[in-house]
Ligand binder design. Structure first.
Ligand SMILES: Cc1cc2nc3c(=O)[nH]c(=O)nc-3n(C[C@H](O)[C@H](O)[C@H](O)COP(=O)(O)O)c2cc1C
Length: 171
């Protein structure tokens, strides 16, 4: 898929086919995450790949909006160091957003759907994934082939109008 087609085709997929994702495709998606740029190249992230159905069902409990993870083919847990410094937190979250999008676009390129999930119960998430002290599950991404329709460029996305969002030479 052309890069721009991957960008315009990606949408949140929350219902998946019961079809496994080939290991080499999962590796490629994770490699896209690893290659993501980060603030001062600090790479304050770890990615936990989960494919065990029982583990996926447990992870779906970490937030009421994470239900789709429970029936995904796989999920990537995006783990980051805990900090109480607001600037550091912002910087880490920026980097994690970029890593998430890199992986989502790599997945879309392969026809694989992805769905974000936030994490509310961080202590439950840490227990499920066996995270070391000082690390927390920041976000989850469910993965699987879309059950409804394949990924293809969306002509009229539900987004604010281009002219409203884009400003020239100043506000
Ligand atoms: C930071 C962030 C957190 C999100 N959390 C959730 C979530 O917990 N559960 C969920 O189903 N979708 C979640 N989403 C998906 C958004 O609702 C979705 O991206 C948005 O509605 C736009 O739809 P689209 O991705 O299909 O273009 C999240 C997205 C982002 C960027």
């Amino acid at each position: 898929m052309e890069t721009f087609d991957a960008i315009t085709s990606r949408r949140n997929i929350r219902v998946y086919e019961a079809r496994a994702i080939p290991a080499e495709h999962l590796t490629r998606i994770l490699e896209a995450g690893r290659r993501t740029p980060s603030s001062s190249n600090k790479q304050r992230w770890d990615f936990v790949l989960v494919q065990d159905p029982a583990q996926l069902v447990r992870l779906a409990e970490v937030w009421r909006g994470a239900g789709h993870v429970g029936h995904a083919a796989a999920a990537i847990g995006i783990v980051a160091p805990v900090t109480d410094d607001w600037d550091t937190h912002g910087s880490i979250q920026y980097d994690l957003g970029q890593a998430t999008m890199s992986m989502m676009l790599a997945a879309a390129d392969l026809g694989i759907g992805t769905g974000h999930a936030a994490v509310s119960d961080r202590s439950l998430a840490a227990e499920i994934l066996g995270l070391p002290v000082g690390q927390e599950l920041a976000w989850l991404v469910g993965l699987g082939y879309p059950a409804d329709r394949p990924l293809k460029p969306i002509k009229t996305p539900n987004r604010r109008p281009f002219e409203e969002v884009v400003h020239h030479e100043g506000w």
